[in-house]
Design a protein around this ligand. Structure first.
Ligand code: SAH
Ligand code: SF4
Ligand code: F3S
Length: 480
């Protein structure tokens, strides 16, 4: 069940709703105290991009002699990588900063840095508003962290929020912080050129740019060699990936890139996130269909089911166009999982618009959705042009209807999987019992099943037949 007041948004928070990517099976986040004399602590909020960025930050800090710690008390440097997507996300960060303040009063010389989207949005205002903050760094300025830390150590406040047109951190090898050792995120592009009117991301992350394809392939190959079995190619809008290889002048599209990653090994699963419905091409769908190891799962955020509202949102597609895209996906890949993002109560939304959203959900048979009520963000097109005119109770009531419908759709989707069998990539022990494995199907559904006496380990593939299900999870049994 989703708490309507919390901001369970982001791909990372997303994971908290299910069994995956959480729990005890993680490699320790602590780095060898003998190798590093100084220690940093980092906490991340927001989307997977932020979590991937924190791994870049960790790599830069390691170079400077800072090792990661999980223990706030022993940190010389505390970083919080922040999100601005909704007001609630920013409130969470402010609350956390108050806690850091108490710690800082006790520990002399400890520095607090704010990274990410909220740093970019508030810039040096952050330092005026939150006196305890010593360092403010935007998402494109992490390379300057060593100088900023040095500056702040000398007692000055240090700020760099310059956005870049070409920074992709391509050459920095991320330090996997909270990894289960099986699945990893690989950032392939940064920024966003779409101007969805509700969204703050184009302002906090800047212009779109694609990362050198060769460096992406190297990173994926390296992960595979280290035992990883799944990579998720990350970007705000992966389908507009576009890179021209300098030596050959060859144009590499998202479809080309995904195919090359898939060809690294049939044992390496490939996922991606996120697609803007307007940009996902037939070429991408055909490449997906052609490779068993490209997961049959697309996150295709609709936002609203009403053409009129979609237009105000500047999503550039209509309801019909979106539904035709869903049809096309199902035509090319009948077994493909589809999920969505939905915003309830956008400016001017009427009951009829809301009903259209419910109808689109029903038609698309989403396996899962991330659902929010509209939160006006300063500086966005919607904030400048429209009035945030839907009363909070109405937003919440509509959101609750959306959440309820999704609950039913998810359950129905899971029930359709009963008795079917799936190839599951084992991610680790299930949350509830070390007698059970937890893994995912190609369609990104979580499956929990007893280990029995099979000699398996995480990172292995196994065939599992679904025997039972809840709304959130499939339960199964290994097929010998
Ligand atoms: N680039 C991704 C989305 C990133 S933000 C994409 O286009 O799919 C993740 C989700 O947060 C969005 O899809 C949207 O549903 C939601 N969101 C963004 N801005 C919001 C706002 N102002 N209020 C409520 N939800 C918002
Ligand atoms: Fe925001 Fe739209 Fe860009 Fe997604 S595609 S990050 S919703 S502007
Ligand atoms: Fe949040 Fe920035 Fe991601 S606003 S959702 S952390 S791009």
């Amino acid at each position: 069940m989703i708490d309507l007041m919390t901001d369970k948004v982001t791909p990372n928070d997303r994971e908290k709703h299910d069994e995956g990517r959480q729990g005890e099976a993680y490699a320790p986040f602590v780095q060898d105290p003998n190798q590093y004399q100084k220690r940093f602590y980092i906490e991340s909020y927001g989307c997977q991009m932020n979590f991937a960025d924190s791994e870049v930050v960790a790599s830069i800090l390691n170079q400077e002699g800072f090792g990661a710690t999980r223990n706030l008390e022993e940190a010389d440097l505390i970083f919080i990588n922040t999100c601005s997507i909704r007001e609630k996300a920013e409130q969470t960060v402010r609350k956390r900063l108050t806690e850091f303040r108490k710690l800082k009063l006790r520990k002399k010389g400890m520095l607090v840095g704010v990274l990410g989207c909220m740093a970019e949005r508030l810039k040096s205002k952050f330092i005026e508003e939150e006196r305890l903050v010593d360092i403010v760094v935007g998402p494109d300025a992490y390379r300057s962290l060593p100088e900023l830390v040095a500056e702040a150590s000398g007692g000055q406040k240090a700020v760099n929020v310059l956005l870049s047109r070409d920074e992709t951190y391509a050459d920095i090898s991320p330090v996997r912080l909270d990894s289960n050792g099986v699945s990893a995120f690989v950032s392939i592009m940064r920024g966003c050129n779409n101007m969805c009117s509700f969204c703050v991301v184009p302002f906090t992350r800047g212009r779109e740019r694609s990362r050198d394809a060769a460096s992406i392939l190297d990173e994926c190959r390296d992960l595979f060699e280290k035992g990883y079995r799944e990579v998720t190619l990350l970007g705000q809008n992966v389908d507009s990936y576009y890179f021209v290889e300098e030596s050959t002048n060859r144009v590499i599209t998202f479809a080309n890139l995904m195919e090359e990653v898939a060809q690294l090994s049939p044992l390496l699963r490939v996922r991606f996130s996120t697609s803007h419905p307007k940009d996902i091409t037939d070429e991408v769908l055909h490449v997906m269909a052609r490779y068993d190891n490209i997961c049959k799962y697309i996150h295709l955020p609709v936002q609203s089911g009403s053409t009129r509202v979609l237009q105000l949102m500047n999503r550039t597609y209509t309801r019909e166009w979106y539904l035709a895209k869903v049809d096309r996906i199902r035509e090319i890949m009948p077994d493909c999982g589809i999920s969505s993002d939905i915003i309830a109560g956008f400016c001017t939304e009427e009951e009829q618009d809301h009903l259209e959203t419910l109808a689109v959900m029903e038609y698309s048979r989403y396996d899962m959705s991330y659902m929010f009520f509209y939160s006006e963000r300063p500086g966005t097109l919607a904030q400048r042009r429209y009035t945030d005119d839907i009363p909070l109770e109405v937003k919440k009531r509509r959101l609750q209807e959306i959440v309820d419908l999704q609950g039913r759709l998810s359950f129905e989707s899971n029930k359709r999987d009963l008795n079917k069998s799936f190839t599951v990539l084992i991610e680790g022990d299930s949350k509830k019992s070390d007698q059970d494995w937890m893994g995912r199907s190609s369609q990104n559904k979580v499956i929990v099943f007893p280990k029995e006496n099979y000699p398996l380990q995480k990172g292995d593939y196994v065939n599992v037949q679904v025997t039972d299900c809840t709304q959130a999870t499939l339960l199964g049994k290994i097929i010998a």
